[in-house]
Design a protein around this ligand. Structure first.
Ligand SMILES: *Cc1c(COP(=O)(O)O)cnc(C)c1O
Length: 447
C-alpha cells in the first residue's frame, strides 16, 4: 500500500496517520472505523486554492457528495472553498454548520419544489439548473418568494472522459444536463434570458470522474467556448463564469497515475483564456468542483480480520467486520483498493489473499488478490483512499450499524461521526397497533 498524506510506519511496526497509531485507534474507537487525515485533507484544499484561486482568480467548490458532515463543512469554510451540494440534506447540513450560503452552489438533476424553496430561503449563491422543467419551476417559486435568483445551466458537452463507464456523465446519452449538439441548450438559454426572476450568470459541465487525461478538460473547454461563441452571436449574452465540474483522478492502486492539481489548472484556465480571446468573448471566471481529489486520499478504513478461510488450490478468503455497507464501491463499480495489515505494517507480504466483507452477498468483496503477510484473526486491516464516496454511500444492509469517523491530526483523534448503535437502526421503525404484542397469539388462528 502506498503511504499517503501523514501516513508512516512507527517504531512498533504500526501504521500511523495524523500522528495516531491506527492499532490504538482501532482499540479505542472500535472497527470498522473511518480515519480522516485532517492535514492531508486541508493540503488538498490548499493545492486547489493555490492553483485556481490565487493564480487565476477562479473559484473552487468542494463536491459535498463525496463526504459531508458538520465538521467537514467547518474545514471547507476555513479553507476558503465554496461548496457544491446536490440535495436538501446536503444543503441543510451546510446551513446547520453555518457555512456561508453565498458560497453554496446547488446541483441536481431532479430537485424538488421543496428543495428549491429551501435553497431560495437560505439564499444560496447559485442554482445549477439541469433542465427546462426545473427552470420554469424555479422561476415560478422565485416569483412567489419575491426574489431574483442567480443560476448557471448544466450542459452536456458530449466529451467522454477516460474513465469507468458507469461514472461517465459527459456523453450526450446522459440523465444529466442539456444537450448542446441538438440545439436544446441554445433554446433553454434563450428561455432563461426571458424569465423575469432568473439571472443567468454562467454555464456548467461535468465530464466524468477519476480522470487522468488532462486533455479531456481542454477538449471540454473547446466545446463550451465554441458553443458560447454561437450563443453570443445569436443572443448577445455571454457567461461571466464557467464551471468545469470535478473529476480529477486519485491514487487507489498502482494502476492510477494522478495528475497534479497545478497541471490541471495550468492546462484548463489558459485554454479558456485563449479560446475566449480568439472568439472575441470576455474571459469567464473559471470554477471547478473537485470532490474525490480532496476527500478521497485523506480517508483510510480500519477493519478487524475475523475468519480466514483457505480453499486449498483455489483462494484464501480473509473476512473483515465491514464491507459493502461502509464501502459499496467495489460492488457497484468493481473499484480497486490497496491495503496493509496496520499492526504488522513493517512485515513483507507472503501470501495472496482476497478480502471479503460480511454482508450476505457474494459480490461483497473489498479486494481480490492482494499480497499481505499471512492474515490472522484479530489483525487490523487498513484500506487506503476511502475518504470519498464511502461514508457518503454507506448503508445499513443486513442491519449493520455504520462506522464512526475520527479526524486525526498531530496525535489527536476526534470523533466527527458517531458509530451507529442498534437503537439507531430501529429508531424509525413503527409497529402498527394491530401488530402489537397482545395480538400475536390471536393472529395465528385469525382469518
Ligand atoms: C460528482 C460531481 C463532482 C465531483 O466529482 P469528483 O470526481 O468527486 O471530483 C463535481 N460536479 C458534479 C456536477 C458532480 O456530479
Amino acid at each position: 500500500m502506498k503511504l499517503q498524506g501523514t501516513m508512516r510506519i512507527n517504531d512498533r511496526g504500526h501504521l500511523e496517520i495524523g500522528g495516531c497509531d491506527t492499532v490504538e485507534l482501532a482499540e479505542r474507537f472500535g472497527t470498522p472505523l473511518y480515519v480522516l487525515d485532517e492535514q492531508y485533507f486541508r493540503q488538498n484544499c490548499r493545492n486547489y486554492n493555490r492553483a485556481f484561486m490565487e493564480k487565476y482568480d477562479g473559484e473552487v467548490l468542494y463536491a459535498a457528495k463525496t463526504l459531508l458532515t458538520l465538521a467537514i463543512c467547518r474545514i471547507i469554510a476555513e479553507e476558503g472553498l465554496s461548496l457544491d451540494v446536490v440535495s436538501g440534506g446536503e444543503l441543510y447540513t451546510a446551513k446547520k454548520a453555518r457555512f456561508p450560503m453565498e458560497r453554496v452552489y446547488f446541483h441536481g438533476n431532479n430537485k424538488s419544489a421543496d428543495e428549491l424553496k429551501l435553497a431560495l430561503e437560505y439564499k444560496v449563491g447559485r442554482i445549477i439548473v439541469d433542465n427546462q422543467y426545473e427552470l420554469l419551476m424555479l422561476n415560478k417559486l422565485a416569483g412567489e418568494a419575491g426574489v431574483h435568483v442567480k443560476i448557471m445551466l448544466r450542459l452536456t458537452p458530449g466529451v467522454e472522459a477516460h474513465t469507468h463507464e458507469y461514472i461517465k456523465t459527459g456523453q450526450i446519452d446522459s440523465k444529466f444536463g442539456i444537450v448542446i449538439e441538438n440545439g436544446q441548450a441554445m433554446e433553454i438559454i434563450k428561455q432563461a434570458m426571458a424569465l423575469e426572476n432568473i439571472q443567468l450568470t454562467g454555464l456548467h459541465c461535468h465530464i466524468g470522474s477519476q480522470i487522468f487525461e488532462m486533455e479531456s478538460y481542454t477538449h471540454a473547454a473547446e466545446v463550451m467556448l465554441g458553443f458560447t461563441a454561437l450563443v453570443y452571436q445569436e443572443t448577445g449574452w455571454q457567461p461571466e463564469e464557467m464551471n468545469f465540474g470535478g473529476g480529477l483522478g486519485i491514487y487507489y492502486t498502482s494502476a492510477d497515475e494522478p495528475q497534479p492539481v497545478s497541471k490541471y489548472a495550468d492546462m484548463l484556465v489558459p485554454a479558456v483564456q485563449t479560446l475566449a480571446k480568439s472568439y472575441g468573448l470576455i474571459t469567464p471566471r473559471v470554477l471547478v468542483e473537485p470532490g474525490r481529489s480532496i476527500s478521497g486520499p485523506a480517508g483510510t478504513t480500519l477493519y478487524t480480520v475475523g475468519s480466514v478461510k483457505e480453499i486449498p488450490g483455489i483462494r484464501t478468503y480473509v473476512a473483515v467486520d465491514g464491507g459493502m455497507g461502509d464501502n459499496p464501491r467495489p460492488a457497484l463499480y468493481q473499484s480497486r483498493y490497496e491495503a496493509l495489515l496496520a499492526n504488522r505494517a513493517d512485515q513483507q507480504p507472503e501470501e495472496t489473499v482476497s478480502i471479503a466483507g460480511k454482508c450476505c452477498e457474494s459480490g461483497d468483496m473489498l479486494i481480490w488478490d492482494i499480497n499481505l503477510p499471512a492474515p490472522a484473526p484479530g489483525d487490523i486491516l487498513a484500506v487506503s483512499s476511502t475518504g470519498a464516496y464511502n461514508y457518503s454511500m454507506s448503508m445499513n444492509y443486513n442491519r449493520l450499524p455504520r462506522p464512526a469517523m475520527v479526524l486525526v491530526r498531530d496525535g489527536a483523534a476526534d470523533i466527527i461521526i458517531a458509530r451507529e448503535t442498534y437503537d439507531d437502526l430501529i429508531r424509525n421503525d413503527m409497529v402498527p397497533e394491530r401488530l402489537g404484542e397482545s395480538k400475536v397469539v390471536r393472529m395465528a388462528g385469525a382469518n
